[in-house]
Each structure stands twice: as structure tokens, then as C-alpha cells.
Ligand binder design. Sequence first.
Ligand SMILES: [Zn+2]
Ligand SMILES: [Zn+2]
Length: 117
Amino acid sequence: MNNECELCTLKRINEEFYRCDDFIIISCDNCNVPMVVPFEHIGPGTIEHGDLRKRMENELMKVAYRFYSDFQFFIDRKENKILDHMHWHARRLRVTPNGWRKVIKNRQILKNLGVVK
Ligand SMILES: [Zn+2]
Ligand SMILES: [Zn+2]
């Protein structure tokens, strides 16, 4: 826990989509899209925490599907404001001819997670 870190303290939460012991999915203040944040101050570059990453990804996929009501989204793993605390956004995917592959893949992942048939 880093008291100086906005994502460790998370003082302002507009909307909460999901919460477990290890991470939370909230509406990002700046982007107004779902954002997953681990409670622990984990750097984006760490190669550890594989299991945590997987769970974060799965839950963010589920929230994104509910949020967008379709499969046209992607998980943006780029940090733009806070560089030392891992956080990912689920953003709207602009579907280009190649983008449909991503859409089909999202559908497959959600099917594997038992969210859609
Ligand atoms: Zn932090
Ligand atoms: Zn944001």
C-alpha cells in the first residue's frame, strides 16, 4: 500500500461493478468505462501474479459485456496517468474489418466463462 498512490487509496468511487478480496472493478473517473484495479500496489511490468491477472481479465470481460451489451470492446492494458500501479480499462472497440476477429474472440472467451451460450 502506497499512501501517495491514487489507485491504492481509491478515495472516490462513482460506480462499483465488481469486488473481491484481491481487486475491484469500478467506473474510471476520467474515461467513464470499466477499469480493474488490484488492491495491492503491483507494477504493470511484473511477470508474477499470473493467476491474479487471469482472474482480473475474466471478471473485466464479464463486466465489459454487461456494460456494452455486446462483444465490441477490448481490454486496454496501457497505463497513461498512473504508471506504477497496474490497472486496465475495458474500452469500446472500433470495429475495422480486422476488428471482427477480436469480437469473435471476445464471444468465445465469454462462452468459455459460461456467460453466453
Ligand atoms: Zn498503488
Ligand atoms: Zn481511465
